[in-house]
Design a protein around this ligand. Structure first.
Ligand code: CDP
Length: 210
């Protein structure tokens, strides 16, 4: 039997991947994997040996919420400090290897939309559609700022811009699964597009390929 189709949406922090990917999944009735949440969960769970933490992670995604050791951690997962720590941990090959099977298990019928850094390059190299979603540094800092403020978190635009830049550099420069478009990915710059426009574009590309 042919495996379920995958739409891979990769890109830097705050490029809008998560919002776009979850809406595309909803429109198609597909499953959704937010792979960054797994790295954030390893960061949140802590411990001296992140690869062990990654291998033994007790996590459940249910009703748009995330549970770690049966506790609802949906909000704490989103903090900027956890994002920074997640990006550090994500540089460890053993952590990435420990999370690979868990990510591939999300591939189920009728299909999967997965967002992250290496969905198209490493985790689902045979994805039916690969999108590399970018946006200018200013647009991304502004979006992340709004996202944090809307959720009642503290945020400082200048500090956020610095964080994003550092994180981009670390994600792009690391040796294992660096942030880069797959050779066969379609690049979409979302700086001047609404979420709906990006979602429509992705759906159109997917239909053209199927
Ligand atoms: O929301 P944001 O794009 O800032 O981050 P995220 O998608 O939640 O991912 C947090 C961190 O995990 C990123 O900075 C990456 O370093 C790492 N990550 C990764 O290495 N590979 C993935 N497939 C997803 C996330």
């Amino acid at each position: 039997m042919k495996s379920a189709p995958v739409i891979a949406i990769d890109g830097p922090s705050a490029s809008g991947k998560g919002t776009v990917a979850s809406r595309v999944a909803a429109r198609l009735g597909f499953h959704y994997l937010e792979s960054g949440a797994l790295y954030r969960l390893v960061a949140l769970a802590g411990g001296d040996r992140p690869e062990q933490t990654a291998a033994g992670l007790d996590v459940e995604f249910r009703d748009q919420k995330v549970f770690l050791n049966k506790q609802d951690v949906t909000d704490s997962l989103r903090s900027e400090a956890i994002g920074v720590r997640a990006s550090e941990i994500a540089g460890l090959a053993a952590v990435r290897a420990a999370l690979l099977g868990r990510q591939r298990a999300f591939r189920q019928r009728p299909g999967l939309v997965a967002d992250g850094r290496d969905m198209g390059t490493v985790v689902f190299p045979d994805a039916a559609l690969k999108v590399f979603l970018t946006a200018s540094a200013a647009a991304r800092a502004q979006r992340r700022y709004k996202q944090l403020i809307d959720k009642g978190n503290h945020a400082n635009l200048a500090a956020l811009s610095r964080d994003l830049e550092e994180r981009d550099q670390r994600d792009a420069a690391r040796e294992v699964a660096p942030l880069k478009p797959a050779a066969d990915a379609a690049s979409v710059d979302s700086s001047d597009l609404t979420v709906d426009e990006v979602v429509d574009r992705v759906l159109k590309m997917y239909r053209e390929r199927m």
